[in-house]
Design a protein around this ligand. Structure first.
Ligand SMILES: O=C(O)CCCC[C@@H]1SC[C@@H]2NC(=O)N[C@@H]21
Length: 262
């Protein structure tokens, strides 16, 4: 992990407190100059970092930049263990055709439980029945690779319901929004869709045995619904609107992982 990522991890884990350059330098075993350079790099990457003399540095509350450090700071211990020292399990993209497609490629070439692919936007997001899934910036698009021994069931309907309930509970635990699961696997608030889930599986050719499952979750997080295509505009809603955002996407990703990975 680079010094920049280590500093980000420290700042994410101590969001409400200021950390002095000296304390960070001694905890990471690097010079204060290296800390200062890394803070500047993080700022160039878009992080808003407050600096107060005699106190130190603190991440400003409104940062919503997807990062491994940001996600890790909200993971429960047993789930954090899956990712500890395993940076290559988390793949973050600004833009990607489809996180599910990427996660399936990774499941086939390097099957590892918990592999996570996230993006700020998708250019070819897919939904069930090969429909397209509109995936502009402002949303949260994530895919997780799971293996059968870690799932409560290998029955596709049961897996789908388990994941749908987990995402509903994650949203309800963090916000005032209480989505309901509408079969087979859409989350609705009232009569408007807020999230779609696409579960895809890989089986062994000879035996038909289940090898991996990719869970794709698309949430309208802070999405500009008015800019959605006409045919879905009136059927969709977003978790947040008008900039009234009370959580980060990193937090929501982590709380979903806490509920589905064991
Ligand atoms: O509404 C549906 O039919 C399911 C939509 C699933 C969308 C998610 S977004 C992340 C992942 N990548 C995709 O291409 N699709 C899923």
């Amino acid at each position: 992990m680079s010094s920049k990522d280590k500093i980000l991890e420290l700042l994410e884990a101590n969001k409400s407190t200021f950390l002095s350059g000296e304390a960070m330098a001694s905890s990471l075993g690097i010079s204060r100059n290296a800390i200062w350079k890394a803070i500047n790099d993080l700022r160039k990457n878009g992080y808003e970092i407050e600096a107060v003399s005699n106190k130190g540095y603190r991440l400003a509350g409104q940062n919503d930049i997807l990062s491994s450090a940001g996600i890790s700071s909200y993971l429960k211990e047993d789930v954090a263990d899956i990712y500890k020292g395993n940076d290559s399990l988390i793949h973050i993209y600004d833009s990607i055709p489809s996180t599910n497609r990427k996660a399936k490629e990774l499941a086939i070439t390097d099957l590892r439980y918990g592999t996570l692919v996230i993006a700020n936007e998708q250019s070819e997001g897919r939904g069930r029945a090969d429909h397209s899934f509109y995936s502009p910036k402002g949303g949260l698009y994530m895919s997780v690779v799971m293996t059968p021994e870690h799932l409560p069931s290998t029955d596709s309907d049961e897996i789908t319901t388990f994941i749908g309930n987990a995402v509903c509970d994650a949203i309800a635990s963090l916000t005032d929004v209480k989505p309901t699961l509408k079969p087979i696997n859409d989350l609705f608030v009232g009569d408007k869709k807020i999230c779609g889930i696409l579960t895809e599986a890989g089986t062994e050719f000879e035996t038909g045995r289940l090898q991996w499952i990719v869970i794709g979750i698309g949430i309208n997080f802070n999405s500009d619904i008015n800019a959605f295509p006409d045919e879905i505009k009136n059927k969709a809603t977003s978790l947040f609107s008008d900039g009234n955002i009370t959580i980060t996407r990193n937090q929501l990703v982590a709380v979903i992982l806490n509920r589905i990975l064991k």
